[in-house]
Design a protein around this ligand. Structure first.
Ligand code: SAH
Ligand code: SF4
Ligand code: F3S
Length: 452
């Protein structure tokens, strides 16, 4: 009988990718994904450490699952509870101490060993020995080799990790500590994974990396390729009609990469380019290596190459020392750029990061008030962008059936979520296809249209 495997994903797309790979590595072991932890044989929490709230959620989930594990034990069965991801990497030993119910803790660079860890734990348990396992090694070397051997699922969109880790050390951020230093996969490995995805019917590939545009993979003849060269090559693969990449740092936004947005039809007109703040004083204190003028210049060039490009960003309000004037600079930058989409957060001091040590921490109420103002502006811009496509015909990649029997869900080239009314059409046949949609309704979150 198949065993039941429940996995919960917190945090960024990199974790989504890792979760998919864990499902892949556990399938040959007889574990089948299930959508509830209740009664599962294996529960993995793939965690995020980026902000305090994200990390605390993990402990409350552990509390909930503890009861389910107890119920299973009472019935004479076992449940393995494992914590993976970035909280595991950052505070593995603490989790082991604080939550004795957790059987296993592993980091983002060791999850390919999950089957071994499970087997080891089960063997120890069956002998009545202590079976808790902690594996938070940070070396990336063998992980991708192991993962590439596993099969891929058929879906029209897929993530492909090409780069991991970060050497930028923004003073607020835990990622360099939880994911380790920067690592680029080799060109051959990426191309081989990409061909497998295309053969499995993937139409849209999103290249992933914590600093995806810092990518510098080595080809078989020893040449070092940047992201621009890689995208050009990937665009020639039959079947790939759309290519996206995320997340980029302004520091590595080279002219070659900007030109890809002009030249490569498959490269979608959407870019997530976090700026974090508009004040140069704050950007310096964040160790961001760009200032507001260099960021705006990148945006100007990008729009010169691809006038319709949709922009997205990340923002932090209430970084230590942020004055009202500094915050106004962020608002000014946002007005200047005009975003199609954005993610904004209150600064959250993270243990072990330099900014957490700074003295002039900002009051929570002030942070909340600034976040409200910023989000109101961003929402206004997002609505404006979505409304600007009303009346136009956009190509939409259909990803799934919609909420009602006569609709499907898809994405426009600009990453907008689109509900498409397809009438009597066979919905299953549309999934995975790119269709033309006449947009008739906008709004802040998603847009709607009909088949053109
Ligand atoms: N380059 C990365 C960024 C990861 S973190 C990537 O691959 O996406 C995503 C966003 O979280 C950051 O851009 C930043 O805006 C936000 N963030 C990071 N650390 C934070 C902190 N300590 N408090 C609040 N927001 C934070
Ligand atoms: Fe974090 Fe900065 Fe690295 Fe992004 S670039 S992961 S924000 S340290
Ligand atoms: Fe979170 Fe780790 Fe991603 S801290 S944002 S899951 S890299």
């Amino acid at each position: 009988m198949k065993k039941k495997f429940y996995i919960k994903t917190y945090g960024c797309q990199m974790n989504v990718y890792d979760t998919e790979r864990m499902i892949d590595v556990m399938a040959p072991e007889g574990y089948e994904e299930t959508d509830s932890p209740e009664g599962a044989d294996l529960v993995v929490l793939n965690t995020c450490h980026i902000r305090e709230k994200a990390a605390e959620k993990v402990y409350s989930d552990i509390g909930r699952i503890k009861k389910m594990k107890q119920a299973k034990n009472d019935a004479g069965e076992d449940m393995i509870l494992a914590v993976g991801g970035c909280v595991a990497q950052a505070e593995g030993a603490e989790i082991m101490k604080r939550a004795p119910v957790v059987d296993m803790v592993f980091g983002p660079q060791t999850y390919h060993n999950l089957p071994n860890m499970i087997n080891k734990s089960l063997a120890l348990k069956s002998r009545g020995e202590k079976s808790r396992i902690l594996d938070t090694d940070l070396a990336v070397d063998e992980k991708f080799d192991q993962l590439s051997k596993k099969a891929v699922k058929k879906k029209p969109t897929a993530f492909l990790t090409i780069q991991e880790g970060c050497d930028k050390f923004c003073t607020f951020c835990v990622v360099p500590y939880t994911r380790g230093s920067e690592f680029s996969r080799s060109i051959d490995d990426i191309m081989s994974d990409a061909r497998k995805l295309a053969a499995a019917g993937v139409v849209e590939v999103t290249l992933l990396g914590q600093n995806v545009n810092a990518f510098h993979g080595v080809s078989s003849d020893g040449e070092e390729w940047g992201l621009a060269q890689l995208i050009r090559k990937l665009s020639k693969i039959d079947g790939f009609e759309r290519i996206r990449y995320t997340t980029s740092h302004p520091h590595d936004m080279t002219d070659e990469l900007l030109e890809v947005h002009r030249d490569v039809e498959e490269c979608m007109p959407y870019l997530h380019l976090p700026v974090q703040a508009g004040s140069d004083k704050i950007l310096k204190a964040m160790n961001r290596t760009h200032n507001s003028a260099t960021y705006i210049e990148i945006i100007r060039k990008l729009r010169e190459h691809r006038p319709d490009i949709a922009l997205s960003g990340d923002f932090i309000v209430g970084f230590p020392g942020e004055t009202e004037e500094d915050f106004e600079q962020t608002m000014k930058l946002v007005r200047n750029v005009r975003y199609a989409q954005a993610f904004s957060f209150k600064y959250s001091p993270r243990p072990g990061t330099p900014a957490a040590q700074l003295e002039d921490q900002i009051d929570e109420n002030i942070k909340s008030e600034r976040l409200t103002r910023l989000q109101a502006l961003l929402k206004e811009q997002q609505t404006e962008f979505n409304n600007s496509v009303i009346g136009k015909t956009l190509s939409v990649l259909v990803e799934a059936p919609g909420k009602t029997a006569d609709t499907v869900f898809g994405r426009s080239p600009y990453m907008q979520a689109v509900q498409v009314n397809v009438g009597e059409k066979d919905i299953e046949n549309l999934v995975g296809r790119i269709v033309n949609v006449k947009i008739n309704e906008g709004g802040p979150f998603n847009i709607q249209g009909v088949l053109a």
